[in-house]
Design a protein around this ligand. Structure first.
Ligand code: ADP
Ligand code: MG
Length: 252
């Protein structure tokens, strides 16, 4: 089933202190089926965060349309946007975005509190999720009392607790040490195996190699894609690395 359709997206920034507009995205087009795990891979400045923020409805494209379950995002009223995000999208960012004045449990439950879900149901959803993410013992602690890897697992719990149509992640391993990064990527594998659709943007070959399909973005354009197929993750990682190095060579 087609979950997300991105049609002809362009994004032009008009920097405040420059006369020259920046074309961050040019004619981006792709679709995501339910259950897919897609990585958008590109160098710094290639337009990854711009794309993710637009898919996340945190920013708007200059032209083009995005449909989530056939609903065009631009038709959602401004006043309904926050609710739409809570009901359909889950976010994981590089810097966790947890609230320091809330404990771990309240950070995770926040989207449900905002949607007025009854407490009993919140706890019923929280328990198995906390278990799966190995954060059950941390629920009463505050974000500043736990490690980066733990914080990111809390952020994943917050993203998953609303049972979103798609999880959107921007460099989710970017601020993690290599062991925590590996753990997080394994976690993403597990949640995708259970059917969760994931789209992540990253410059990391390792992170991209966990996805089932990789879209390569350069100068705001998607110019190539690779399907993992039946390949092992390490084999796929080699292939992604080769693709990246061929592209870099083309630049010289
Ligand atoms: P990435 O996440 O791949 O590093 P970005 O999407 O952040 O790339 O940026 C893509 C391009 O758009 C870059 O040239 C960047 O400088 C520019 N850009 C991003 N955000 C803004 C903004 N708010 N105003 C002006 N230019 C921006
Ligand atoms: Mg970025």
């Amino acid at each position: 089933m087609e979950l997300l359709k991105v049609k002809n997206i362009k994004k032009v920034y008009h920097p405040r202190l420059s006369q020259h507009p920046v074309e961050a995205l040019k004619n981006i087009e792709f679709t995501v089926d339910a259950g897919e795990y897609i990585a958008v891979m590109g160098e710094s400045g290639s337009g990854k965060s711009t794309l993710l923020n637009i898919l996340a409805t945190l920013d708007k494209p200059s032209t083009g349309t995005i449909l989530l379950k056939q609903q065009e995002l631009s038709t959602i009223a401004e006043g309904k946007m926050a609710q739409f995000r809570r009901e359909h999208l889950g976010f994981v960012f590089q810097d966790f975005n947890l609230l320091d004045t809330f404990n771990v449990q309240d950070n995770i439950l926040l989207p449900l509190v905002l949607s007025r879900v009854p407490l009993k149901e919140m706890i019923q959803r929280l328990e198995p999720l906390a278990n799966q993410l190995s954060i059950s013992s941390l629920l009463k602690q505050f974000p500043y009392e736990i490690s980066g890897g733990q914080k990111q697992r809390v952020a994943v719990a917050r993203a998953l607790i609303t049972d979103p149509d798609i999880v959107l992640a921007d460099e989710p391993t970017g601020a993690l040490d290599s062991k925590s990064a590996q753990q997080l990527l394994q976690l993403f594998d597990q949640i995708n195996d259970k059917g969760q659709t994931i789209l992540l943007v990253t410059h990391s070959v390792l992170a991209a190699s966990h996805a089932k399909r990789v879209l390569f973005i350069k100068d705001g354009k998607i110019f190539h894609q690779l399907y993992r197929g039946e390949r092992e993750q390490l084999t796929f990682m080699d292939e992604i690395a080769q693709t990246v190095s061929v592209l870099l060579k083309e630049e010289v």
